[in-house]
Design a protein around this ligand. Structure first.
Ligand SMILES: Nc1ncnc2c1ncn2[C@@H]1O[C@H](COP(=O)(O)OP(=O)(O)OP(=O)(O)O)[C@@H](O)[C@H]1O
Ligand SMILES: N[C@@H](CCC(=O)O)C(=O)O
Ligand SMILES: [Mg+2]
Ligand SMILES: [Mg+2]
Length: 462
């Protein structure tokens, strides 16, 4: 649970005056208590994420930082929900990963977040999303590769008025609000507060825009290694939620909050790297995308496992109103219905914007970023190991490429897919079954609820 000085970014608030800490002859590892004290932290949110993507934390005062560093902090896993625990089970002990330590004084002066790995009885808990992603990164390392990921955070700013969901900016009602300069300006204080926070942290916020749906925004930050990006997605969702609340709004990452408007994606850009550098580019590519055979194999792996992967990157009932075979057509919503790939073309499941990366557009704001990255990497690496080829880019949609229509179809596909179930089952069987079972229950809970639509449709129909 330590951090080497050389990994600290100079311009982040956690940078330490190293002269005080140790001689500079060799990089030395900094402890949680050192980085916390050096950054003026007074309270730490020791945080882990459940399988459903809920951030859970205990607020630890600086006086107890040594205890957090040495023993972790305990949680009743069953109470957290969705962590594979029963009420009788031993505590989940969250062990801080100091490399994820992030001061967030923009929320409260002196506050920091540290992402933690839940353990049970001294061992990493296999139901913990961070533990699952770590295992997949270890598998990539066995192939001599590391994975970089860039994530795009889209969200709506909303309010509930008299039980109705409305956009927080009531003036934002244009038929095509995408990129509208006035909508961005009206939300200026919120957007710039988030932008400044990201840049203070050294994340490289480079754009903020109004998206395709009224009240929908996107705020971008630079890619990093897969684990860092997954942690940042969680941190940013948290920041967006609490900063929106400060202004009397709610930030929502729900995939499709409004039936008739564009949904909320979590696009993930992925690239592979080895000792020689970037693995994806290859100037000799005959198919014209500038990709190497390894990149094509990675693409082919994701396409082959796409239906099962949707179960991880589009994991709610609501997800299938944004994407999939029966959702509104792709041109209008920019979300895919078919598992296809192409060049710089946003109607595909996998888009290759340039020779350096592939963009996976199937995921949405309800995705757990650790499971989403783990699933995408497992699928892609399966293609690499088997040296698959995806065929020509841009070949049209065909019924055999259809993405799942509902969460239930996605769970069937997930359970039938050995590669993705083993990606979840890092310590043998259990997690994939548990995940699918819980998601099926979610599906039937929704299915068994009588909706307004049904009343309108059937009340006087017979
Ligand atoms: N080689 C790479 N590996 C992984 N991620 C990358 C790489 N190069 C760029 N990225 C990341 O890809 C993401 C691009 O997001 P951005 O929203 O700018 O693109 P976009 O997909 O064109 O947008 P949209 O889908 O909203 O039209 C950023 O997070 C960026 O840092
Ligand atoms: N909101 C779209 C993406 C829009 C875009 O490409 O910027 C989605 O659900 O994936
Ligand atoms: Mg974008
Ligand atoms: Mg995108």
């Amino acid at each position: 649970m330590t951090l080497t000085e050389t990994r600290l970014e100079k311009d982040t608030p956690m940078a330490v005056d190293t002269a005080e800490a140790a001689p500079l002859t060799e990089p030395r590892e900094l402890t949680l208590s050192e980085v916390a004290h050096a950054s003026g932290t007074t309270f730490i949110l020791a945080l882990f994420v459940t399988l459903s993507g809920k951030p859970c934390a205990k607020l630890v005062p600086i006086q107890a930082v040594k205890q957090l560093e040495e023993d972790g902090v305990g949680f009743a896993g069953y109470a957290a929900g969705y962590m594979g625990q029963e009420p009788k089970d031993s505590d989940l002990v969250a062990i801080a990963d100091v490399s994820s330590f992030t001061p967030i004084p923009f929320v409260k002066p002196g506050l920091a977040i540290v992402h933690c790995d839940p353990h049970v009885d001294g061992k990493p808990w296999p139901y913990a999303p961070r533990v699952i992603l770590k295992e997949q990164l270890r598998k990539a390392a066995e192939l001599g590769m590391t994975v970089n990921v860039g994530a795009e955070i889209e969200y709506f700013l909303v309010n509930r008025v008299d039980g109705q969901l409305v956009t927080a900016d009531r003036g934002d009602t244009s038929a095509n609000p995408c990129y509208d300069a006035r909508d961005v300006t009206r939300m200026y204080d919120h957007l710039t507060e988030i932008s400044e926070a990201m840049n203070t942290l050294g994340w490289g916020n480079y754009a903020n825009d109004h998206e395709d749906g009224n009240g929908q925004f996107e705020q971008n930050f630079d890619y990093a290694d897969a684990m860092t990006t997954a942690d940042r997605v969680i941190t940013l969702r948290y920041l967006l939620s609490v900063i929106a609340e400060k202004r009397g709004m709610q930030a929502t990452f729900m995939p499709k909050p409004f039936t008739t408007r564009t949904g909320t994606g979590l696009h993930m850009h992925l690239s592979l790297w080895n000792e020689a550098g970037a693995v994806f580019p290859d100037a000799d590519d005959e198919l014209g995308l500038g990709l190497s055979s390894t990149a094509y194999a990675f693409v082919a792996g994701i396409l082959e496992h796409a239906c099962a992967l949707q179960g991880l990157i589009a994991p709610t009932v609501n997800s299938y109103k944004r994407t999939g075979a029966t959702a509104t057509s792709s041109g209008a919503t920019w979300s895919p219905r078919f598992a296809t790939y192409g060049g710089n073309d946003r109607t595909h499941y996998l888009r290759v914007p340039d020779k350096n990366r592939v963009e996976l557009r199937g995921g949405d704001g309800s995705a757990n970023p650790y499971l989403a990255a783990a699933g995408a990497i497992a699928a892609g690496l399966d293609g690499v190991r088997r040296n698959l080829h995806p065929g020509k880019p841009g070949s049209g949609d065909s019924p055999s490429d259809m993405l799942p229509m509902t969460l239930l179809h996605a769970m069937d596909a997930l359970e039938a897919d050995d590669v993705l179930t083993s990606a979840l089952d890092v310590a043998g069987e259990g997690v994939a079954k548990y995940f699918a079972k819980t998601k099926r229950e979610e599906f039937f809970a929704w299915h068994n609820t009588v909706s307004e639509w049904e009343i309108d449709q059937y009340l006087t129909a017979f």
